[in-house]
Design a protein around this ligand. Structure first.
Ligand code: PSV
Ligand code: MN
Ligand code: MN
Length: 424
């Protein structure tokens, strides 16, 4: 299904008066409102192909129907999101879950929805049916060179698929590690992983980046070979200028100060990309902003500060992606909520009076510093986000329109109730 421009226009017309009233109030209150709106219009957040179906847990999965059955239908779903919010203009693929049979055709299908291909994701954390050697004891770290070689070749293959689609980056997330003390020689595991990554790095096109994603635990529960930002940064530094660290919000030990990590990685010029989600316990992959919106705001505050200091373009110089998927919501509604939460945190962080904050810090005025941050965080930026969407051709209230148009029911009629999206 495809949304028609008149459906969005009708929806916006009905809401226009109320929207305008709120907007005029906040544009009067917020000094840099126009700048915020322009930055929001430019800011695109990639949607992972695996979030379009209902996520499960190891205890079960409760699909809601109408889920995409093919890569083409996943692209169609992201196209729907993008038509509604004009901020989901990219899709991130996982290979082999999403192998494009005809790269050119897939690329032009995506282009017809205004979509680009964000980072390509390799998968050496599962064995595939036709795969000769197993990743049970790791992939790029494996003691057997032949297993490492198989994993290296898979990553190179993923790069090739990405080149055909116009992607410019590879994300490597490894489940490699150990489950029990004594199982692994940590140093050898690191060195083997580095050797393997170096071979993948050598296959990167000149204008590509590789993101080394870290994760503290799961599926290995004693050690993870790329377990934290320190080890990821070591790999990225040793690999070279095209290698960066990728921060996934759910991949830290409880209560980690992620905003501080972000600040230091940016200082080192080694932050490459972001996976947004939220969590209460571990890698819960919950809707962005559903549990700790203040933390998300503080992260954006550091992102903006660090990027501005380096003269980086907010919209294009880091890879922004959602990495969330779970059990009880309509996946498309959930993604609309996640995108909006990211935009709200970004907009609020753009309001921070940075000069006043620095002055408060230099004067050790702790109370004032906190007030400056919370002043921005407590500003209702929803009308600014809605206005950015409207000006870009999207809906003032994407979620309401999704429901009014009964999009899910239409997808169920087209695709059926019992569909299984490939992926996790
Ligand atoms: C691993 O937990 C992860 O965050 C990686 O980014 C994977 O590619 C993704 O989830 C999907 O499994
Ligand atoms: Mn991730
Ligand atoms: Mn994860």
């Amino acid at each position: 299904m495809q949304l028609e421009a008149y459906q969005i226009a009708d929806h916006n017309n009905k809401l226009q008066e109320t929207h305008q009233r709120k907007l005029s109030y906040w544009t009067g209150e917020v000094a840099n409102a126009e700048e915020v709106i322009q930055k929001l219009i430019a800011f695109q957040i990639a949607i992972p192909s695996w979030a379009l179906g209902t996520g499960g847990t190891r205890f079960g999965r409760f699909p809601g129907g109408g889920e995409p059955r093919s890569l083409e239908e996943k692209i169609e779903d992201v196209g729907l999101l993008h038509a509604l919010n004009k901020s989901s203009g990219a899709i991130s693929l996982h290979i082999p879950w999403d192998i494009p049979k005809d790269g050119e055709a897939i690329k032009s299908l995506a282009a017809s929805y205004g979509l680009q291909f964000d980072a390509m994701n390799s998968n050496t954390f599962q064995d595939q049916p036709d795969q000769p050697l197993s990743y049970k004891f790791g992939s790029l770290q494996h003691v057997d060179r032949a297993v490492r070689q198989q994993a290296i070749e898979h990553n190179i293959d993923v790069i090739k698929h990405g080149v055909a689609l116009g992607s410019k980056s590879l994300t490597v997330w490894l489940s490699d590690g150990s489950c029990f003390p004594g199982q692994l020689n940590f140093r050898k595991a690191f060195e083997r992983t580095l050797d393997s990554l170096q071979e993948i790095y050598a296959a990167l096109p000149d204008d590509w980046k590789v993101f080394v994603e870290y994760k503290a635990f799961e599926p290995n529960f004693y050690s993870m070979t790329v377990g934290d930002w320190g080890s990821s940064l070591l790999f990225a530094n040793k690999l070279g200028p095209k290698a960066y660290t990728l921060v996934d919000l759910g991949h830290h030990l409880p209560n980690a100060n992620i905003e501080q990590i972000v600040s230091l990685l940016l200082m080192e010029g080694k932050l490459g990309g972001f996976h947004f989600n939220d969590s209460k316990y571990g890698d819960d992959d919950l809707t962005v902003g559903s549990i700790r919106p203040y933390q998300l705001f503080l992260i954006f505050n550091e992102l903006i500060d660090g990027m501005d200091r380096k003269g980086m373009n907010h919209a294009t110089d880091l890879g922004w992606m959602i990495d969330a998927s779970h059990n009880v919501k309509d996946p498309l509604e959930d993604l609309l909520q996640s995108v909006e939460a990211i935009q709200l945190a970004y907009a609020q962080a753009l309001l921070v009076d940075r000069q006043a904050l620095e002055e408060a810090r230099e004067a050790n005025d702790v109370v004032r510093a906190q007030e400056i941050l919370q002043e921005a965080f407590r500003t209702d930026v929803r009308p600014l986000v809605a206005e950015a969407r409207r000006r870009a051709g999207g809906a003032l209230q994407p979620l309401s329109l999704f429901r009014q148009l009964d999009v899910r029911q239409q997808l169920i009629s087209e695709r059926g109730l019992k569909t299984i999206a490939t992926g996790l």
